[in-house]
Design a protein around this ligand. Structure first.
Ligand code: SAM
Length: 202
């Protein structure tokens, strides 16, 4: 039987919900997970590295979690910036449903879950956080970042975590070639955390 992908629109694999614990210095969180979404067995170590190594989000504005999965990044942003509006986007319907469920269980009212195509194209973001879907392939990944990163407000940052052996360094080079300023924030356990700023000299 062909195996599905975590980025399928509607996972065919049956539902079997569970819970994972997200351990952060600003307090732990329990999150509902399910089959057919990314890293349902445990919080992805790359996601943990991103959340532990980046500065606190801007307190207000629109903040984007690009590819939210079951919502560990979006829920953390919503808790860290209760006066900001968090956008949690994913193509996977089950992932979106889980993020909405997790936000509701955690009492996070400042989080909007949406299909990427449904977001007002004029919206500009004060920050983007992503553990991006590198498995979609280089071209699709470039298209994805190329359509969202330029929607940052001037001077605002995108924070990305990518596994080194899945092409973090070549992705950084590609982003630099787009005229974006790219800085390596940390390199830990095989992951690179990158800060990306549009419209500033690199
Ligand atoms: C590596 S996973 C990260 C999930 C979650 N943020 C986490 O840290 O556990 C990347 C996510 O991007 C989603 N994705 C794939 N293509 C996408 C697209 N074009 N737009 C938005 N999300 C997408 C996948 O469905 C997947 O949930």
């Amino acid at each position: 039987m062909a195996r599905g992908h975590y980025f399928d629109t509607d996972p065919e694999v049956g539902s079997d919900p569970g819970e994972v614990r997200l351990a952060l210095a600003d307090g732990p969180m329990s999150l509902v997970v399910d089959r057919g979404v990314f890293s349902a067995g445990r919080v992805d170590p790359g996601t943990l590295t991103l959340l532990r190594s980046t500065p606190g989000p801007p307190p207000t504005g629109h903040l984007l979690d690009l590819g939210c999965g079951y919502g560990p990044i979006a829920c953390t942003l919503a808790r860290r910036a209760p006066h900001a509006t968090i956008w949690a986007l994913d193509v996977n319907r089950r992932a979106r449903d889980l993020t909405a469920l997790n936000a509701s269980r955690l009492g996070l009212v400042n989080l909007t879950v949406a299909e990427p195509d449904r977001v007002d194209p004029t919206l500009r973001f004060s920050g983007i956080w992503s553990n991006p879907p590198v498995r979609v392939g280089k071209e699709a990944l470039h298209d994805l970042l190329g359509s969202w990163v330029p929607r940052l407000l001037p001077g605002a940052s995108a924070w990305l975590v990518v596994k080194r052996h899945l092409g973090a360094d070549s992705l950084a080079l590609w982003m630099g070639s787009q005229g974006w300023a790219v800085r390596r924030v940390c390199s830990k356990q095989g992951y690179r955390v990158l800060q990306v700023v549009v419209g500033e000299p690199g």
